[in-house]
Design a protein around this ligand. Structure first.
Ligand code: BEZ
Ligand code: FE
Length: 293
């Protein structure tokens, strides 16, 4: 046994944490001790600073329950959620890229007919999303599921809208025989990440933006293809270049084309108010043959 000094401590701890039968856990703990000790050696915290850090993490944990996850928000604002997403979704450069799921997805969206309005009673500017879902090889994907969720035109998700007891701003659509889809909704707006917890406290001590640019969330699923969780972002949004959670990837920025009252919508109806049209083709990558079986 080597007794510890400031110099030998990291090696002593790493040696002790090498005695782990599970090789993956051993690898994780070795890297954790190595990088955590290097971080502490670089920062050289005072005892008071270390107590502040422990208090921050304790209060972050206490804010987590089945409705709120402050630790995921911490991972989001540090860019870790996007890094984990990138590592786990390495796809063909022709496939539509993924981005973070975020905390507002509610499983079990109501099935909607092609062209149905998932924002029937919601405030906001009408918005039609049209396009196709196809494979990297160009083949149309028939019956692909598109699960959508977003804010209404005042920036509220279902979980945030006061007085909502039921479905709000979400729907499950399917592609038609030619791989096309038609969704009617209202345009989302930019909104702030939750700022009333420990992450807000931290962000308020920086000059960084806590806004997310306007976006619509999509989760696509089709047999034989890799699923895709992504967003479409509104081109020109004020916060497009500094999304608080680093979710924006260039191929996901889309023009929300605004048409005046009296124009014909993709649904065929003449609209009596201005509206947006978002035209986007999603590209999915096939699973390897053996994995698909
Ligand atoms: C969102 O997309 O809604 C979101 C993602 C990460 C953190 C907060 C919100
Ligand atoms: Fe969102």
């Amino acid at each position: 046994m080597v007794y510890v000094t400031e110099q030998t401590l990291t090696d002593v701890v790493r040696k002790r944490w090498s005695d782990i039968p599970d090789p993956r856990l051993q690898q994780v703990m070795q890297a954790l001790v190595k990088h955590l000790h290097a971080f502490v050696r670089e920062i050289e915290p005072s005892q008071a600073e270390w107590a502040t850090a422990i208090d921050f993490l304790t209060r972050t944990g206490k804010l987590c329950d089945d409705k709120r996850q402050e630790f995921i928000l911490l991972s989001d604002v540090l860019g870790v959620s996007m890094l984990v997403d990138a590592i786990n979704h390495r796809r063909s450069s022709q496939a539509t890229p993924s981005t973070v799921e975020g905390p507002f997805h509610v499983p079990g969206a109501p099935p909607m007919a092609n062209g149905a309005n998932m924002a029937a009673n919601a405030p906001g500017i009408p918005c039609f999303c049209i396009g196709k879902v196809h494979g990297v090889g160009g083949e149309p994907i028939v019956g692909a599921a598109l699960d959508l969720w977003q804010t209404d035109g005042e920036g509220f998700y279902e979980a945030q809208r006061p007085g909502i007891d039921g479905v709000w701003m979400r729907g499950l659509y399917r592609t038609q025989g030619d791989g096309s889809y038609l969704i009617r909704t209202v345009a989302p707006i930019a909104y702030t990440i939750p700022m009333d917890g420990t992450i807000g406290e931290l962000m308020n001590r920086t000059n960084m933006s806590h806004m997310r640019p306007a976006h619509i969330h999509f989760a696509l699923d089709a047999p034989g293809y890799h699923g895709l969780v992504t967003h479409l972002f509104q081109a020109g949004d004020k916060w497009i270049q500094n999304d608080a959670v680093y979710g924006v990837k260039e191929p996901l920025i889309v023009e929300f084309k605004k048409l005046p009252a009296g124009s014909k919508a993709p649904s065929g109806e003449i609209m009596n108010e201005p509206f947006y049209v978002v035209n986007y083709d999603f590209v999915l990558e096939r699973k390897a043959q053996a994995a698909a079986a």
